[in-house]
Design a protein around this ligand. Structure first.
Ligand code: 13P
Length: 248
């Protein structure tokens, strides 16, 4: 059985003072959660978040990781640096990074390999744009992203990976994919992994939905057989909202 995983993606929000306050409010609200709870926070908040969540059921993640060990990579943060301060998860290949910061399937692959090599658990994002969906390319797009992003990654490593299906048109728009659309594409993504790794490996892989997931639509999305969790943007910035999603 796949344990559901609800992860917040704070994106570029929250100072350390705000992070401490939000986590303080969140902890008691999710203490009895049945799913795994993760908050992926800006680099500058990670140490604060790790300290504030100590002894709780909330794990902390980063929002990106460099593909190299160290060196001349101005502005990048290494896996070793993240591990040292207690980071457990890392989002890789978010559509905002693909669209605004030149992330490609190849760099997603390199970052994912590096994360796994260093014992970080990657949350690898895939998803189509509105134009791609409307021209019937959704399956081709996510298949290409999966094949490129997971090139050379072993079945053993896949056990430590979470995949997030985030249709770009549903992110931050208030326009959620219907539970049928989300289930259909996530089921397809699982079939792509089954072709690459075999059915039993694919059946163990956790695949989240992300894109305007909130307290109102979480339970319907989570009721779908192939949806194993959520990657939550806007609704993760308020303790009450995030807690309601966690308790979908
Ligand atoms: P929203 O929940 O704000 O739509 O963001 C989703 C997302 O991008 C999570 O990674």
């Amino acid at each position: 059985m796949r344990k559901p995983i609800i992860a917040g993606n704070w994106k570029m929000n929250k100072t350390n003072a705000e992070a401490e306050k939000l986590i303080g409010e969140l902890k008691p609200l999710v203490a009895d959660a049945k799913c795994e709870v993760v908050i992926c926070v800006p680099y500058t908040c990670i140490a604060t978040a790790v300290k504030a969540t100590a002894g709780s059921n909330i794990a902390v993640g980063a929002e990106n990781v460099a593909w190299a060990d160290a060196g001349a990579f101005t502005g990048e943060i290494s896996a070793e640096m993240l591990k040292e301060i207690g980071t457990e998860y890392v989002i890789i290949g978010h559509s905002e990074r693909r669209q605004m910061f030149g992330e490609t399937d190849e760099t997603v692959n390199k970052r994912t390999v590096q994360a796994l090599k260093n014992g970080l658990k990657p949350i690898v994002c895939v998803g189509e744009t509105l134009a791609e969906r409307e021209s019937g390319k959704t399956e081709t797009v996510v298949k290409t992203q999966v094949k490129g992003g997971f090139d050379g990654i072993s079945a053993a490593d896949l056990k430590n990976v979470v995949v997030a299906y985030e249709p770009v048109w549903a992110i931050g728009t208030g326009k959620t994919a219907t539970s049928e659309q989300a289930e259909e594409t996530i089921k397809y993504i699982r079939s792509v992994f089954a072709d690459l790794y075999g059915k039993s490996v694919a059946d163990e892989l956790r695949i989240q939905y992300g894109g305007s997931m909130n307290p109102k639509n979480a339970s319907e999305l989570m009721a779908q057989p192939d949806i194993d969790g959520g990657l939550i943007g806007g609704a993760s910035l308020k303790a009450e909202d995030f807690a309601k999603v966690v308790k979908y």
